[in-house]
Structure formats: structure tokens, C-alpha cells
Design a protein around this ligand. Sequence first.
Ligand code: URA
Length: 205
Amino acid sequence: MSISAASPYASFADLEREALACVRCPLATTRTQVVFGAGNPDADLMFVGEGPGEQEDRTGVPFVGRAGQLLTTLIEGIGLTRADVYIANVVKCRPPGNCDPLPLEIESCRPYLEAQLGFIRPRVVVTLGNFATKLLLETKVGITKLRGQEFTYGDDIVLIPTLHPSAVLRTGGTNIADSRADFVVAKRALARTAAAPADGSGAGG
Ligand code: URA
């Protein structure tokens, strides 16, 4: 999966408008609303989860349930807020009964995520769990092997896979230290890739 050079959408608002009216897959018939994404569309750091759950389907906002609370805590743990970052999902509509998203659903929704990445152009993407990681890295390797490592997405985006917060909650939080460590990797990648000051007064200058 890659960022398309020419977006079929005139603007981010256009993209959102189209996604909110989407009927490309059967999830359109069971959703309450499309959960497009939330946060800062100019963010340097973007998170990609799996798909909306019951509370997200009801509110239209990603990661507002228990997993969302944990995600918020982890974001705040590296000195940021949800308003600083952008949060999206692989699929924008809730799979009924919180099932795994199906290949057809992922494929139908893929252009929206690609376009989000293309408009936002974050410096760092953190993929939350297997679905986002496998889609963006085009790999079959599981999250436990990949988490905490840096990969390149597109030309120059640093991609860091981490455990899905729901998976951390399922273990009773026994692997929360892994999540925290991965967020520190993301924070360091952000610092390293920070734009040089326009006046050229950066390190070594
Ligand atoms: N899990 C996800 O992957 N995304 C959400 O928005 C909520 C829970």
C-alpha cells in the first residue's frame, strides 16, 4: 500500500465528505455512522487502528472506548495530546459484533486511508495491531515480531508497529511496558525527523 501521488480528492474536506457517504461495502448497511478519523490533519504523528467498535459507531469518533482511553494515556505519556495527532482506522465502519474486518471491507476502505495519509503526510505513523500493520507494510508477519521496530512507509514516513490497545487490555495490561517502549520509539523518531529551522540555526549550524 502506498501514498498515491495524485489524490482523486480536491481537499481533505472533500475526502471526508465522500467517506461519510460511502456505500462501497456491506458495512454501510449495518453502521450507525462512518468513523472517518479525528485530530489534527497537519499532524506529524498519525495512528492507524483496526476499525470502530460500538462506542465509536455511536459517537463517530475513533478510539473513545476502553482501548481509546488507553491510547489517550499512551499519547499523553510521550508529552502529546489527542489534538496534536491524527487517529484513523483501516476500516471506517464498525464490523457488526466487533468481528475482524473482512478482506473486501479492508480493500474497499483502503483508498480512504491512503488519501488520509497523502493529505496529512505525517512524519511518523504508528500502526495499532495486526490489521493496520499488515496492510501498510504489506506483510504477513505478526505484530509481536514487528512491534517497536522502525520501517519506512512510502518515501520517507517512519512506520512503527505496536500492539493494539485492546490486545493490551485483554492481557490485563501485562504487556503495557512494550506499548510504552514503542511510543518512546515513536517520540524519538519524531524528534529525529523534525524539520530544520528555516533560519538554518539547527544542530551543527
Ligand atoms: N479499536 C480500533 O481499532 N479503532 C477504534 O476506533 C476503536 C477501537
